[in-house]
Design a protein around this ligand. Structure first.
Ligand code: ZN
Length: 137
């Protein structure tokens, strides 16, 4: 038998109790953008932040660095000072989720930023796994 990685994952997934599967399903809202002049507006930024359960400023700083453009936000929207494709922003939001939200051990989104011996870490409340919080440079 020769399983590829994806089918192995599928099998592992299928073996999880249903309750866990429901709990772990991570629903990220689709990124909605709008170009205005030389700015790109992420119109549902607040929705994305809520789904990721992180501070708006943290995601914004990450996007600003990754997209190499200044960015600001109001209650609902983020404004990036550069014309960008929606797919580009979606990719960066997905990167953010992988680095800062989805558990590096079990892949679930039930994580939070906390501290361990004075070090900032991200800890998973589902499996107890944790990893150091990477600084956004
Ligand atoms: Zn975990």
């Amino acid at each position: 038998m020769n399983y590829d990685y994806a089918s192995l994952l599928d099998r592992a997934w299928a073996n999880l109790p249903e309750e866990l599967q429901d709990h772990s399903r991570f629903q990220m809202p689709e990124v909605d953008t709008l170009i205005e002049g030389n700015q790109t507006i992420i119109t549902n930024f607040n929705e994305i932040v809520n789904a990721l359960r992180r501070k708006p400023q943290h995601l914004l700083t990450f996007l600003s660095k990754e997209l190499a453009a200044p960015a600001t936000f109001d209650d609902k929207r983020a404004i990036v000072q550069r014309v960008l494709k929606k797919s580009m922003i979606t990719k960066k939001v997905e990167d953010y989720a992988k680095i800062f939200v989805l558990c590096h051990e079990c892949g679930r989104p039930d994580t939070k930023i906390t501290e361990l011996s004075g070090q900032r870490i991200i800890k998973c409340s589902a499996c107890g796994g944790w990893w150091p919080l990477r600084k956004i440079k």
